[in-house]
Design a protein around this ligand. Structure first.
Ligand code: MLT
Length: 228
């Protein structure tokens, strides 16, 4: 098995794990504790249209801020605890949902909160190649995604044989993610965290930094997310 780490574009035609640690991956993962169906959308306009036809709750953000007319922003806990009798959620986010568009591999959603579970599933499903895809910020590197990939890769490495090939970039992220003493403080100081803190979303950062609190694993297929 080949295991790689990429920024935005996946290298794999086999299995890709999309990681947007703050906050889209966690929101997609926890949404299934409250909704039966979760539909990702690439633009707010499209999300509004889908929500009408599907009688769905609308969640999403642009630059961290809840969108006009949307019931919820991109907060994993608010999505999980939102009181409604509707069973469908439509979600649109700045980076997280966007990078899933046009992927031609099996796409899983990964984060700190389900690192171990998503790693196990990826190893189970993949035949030749697992690529971890960092959503990043505006097409650039984001430390929180690198560290969350490191957490997932740590568990993937445990599942694999010594003959499997893990790229040096991926190994680097595993080593960085093991620095338990500094990882939370480093994430709290990232550019993404600064924005979220300014907008009053510190509790979401704290939530998203928790490791392995759920076994939910979400797959993106045919423009829908599904729990597997
Ligand atoms: C994104 O998809 O860009 C992020 O999840 C933004 C956010 O934290 O809301």
């Amino acid at each position: 098995m080949k295991v790689t780490l990429s920024l935005e574009k996946t290298q794999s035609k086999d299995v890709s794990i999309v990681v947007d640690a703050l906050r889209a991956s966690a929101t997609m993962t926890t949404a299934f504790n409250n909704f039966k169906k979760v539909i990702p959308s690439f633009t707010p306009e499209e999300a509004r249209k889908i929500a009408k036809t599907e009688n769905a709750v609308l969640a999403g953000e642009r630059l961290g801020k809840k969108l006009d007319g949307f019931q919820i922003g991109n907060s994993p806990e608010k999505v999980e605890n939102y009181k409604t009798d509707k069973d469908t959620l439509v979600l649109t986010t700045t980076n997280g949902t966007r990078i899933m568009e046009a992927m031609n591999s099996t796409v899983l959603i990964g984060s700190f909160i389900n690192g171990k579970a998503v790693a196990k599933k990826a190893v189970e499903i993949a035949t030749t190649h697992i690529d971890l895809v960092m959503a990043g910020r505006k097409h650039n590197f984001a430390l929180e995604d690198y560290l969350a990939c490191g957490e997932i890769l740590y568990w993937i490495k445990k599942e694999l044989k010594s003959t499997d090939e893990i790229s040096e970039y991926a190994i680097g992220s595993i080593l960085a993610s093991r620095d338990e003493e500094n990882f939370k403080e480093s994430i709290l100081n990232t550019h993404s965290s600064q924005i979220l803190k300014k907008l009053g979303h510190t509790e979401d950062i704290t939530y998203c930094m928790q490791k392995n609190i759920t076994n939910n694993v979400v797959m993106y297929k045919n423009n829908k997310l599904e729990l597997i």
